[in-house]
Design a protein. Sequence first.
Length: 94
Amino acid sequence: MILALDPGECVGYALFSDDGQPITWGQFEWEAFEGYATLFQHVRVVVCERFSLYGSKASAQVNSEFVASQVIGVVRYLCWQRGIPVVFQPASDI
């Protein structure tokens, strides 16, 4: 299966079969990530939106906790634990 993730304060997810058919999708608050770790079962690859701070939007991020990058760290860790490759794509490709 393929797990696609959109990291942020509200994490979007979609789980696909190996032939690309959607199985389930939804969203959850990032603080609840531990309860959604089961999404990583039987997954052969995770596709995740890459976090990039663009100069034109940098001032809007002053005092930000950069939640998207924290979620990406959790994703990297869970995938490392399970031996699942992660593919990062810019938002424009997802």
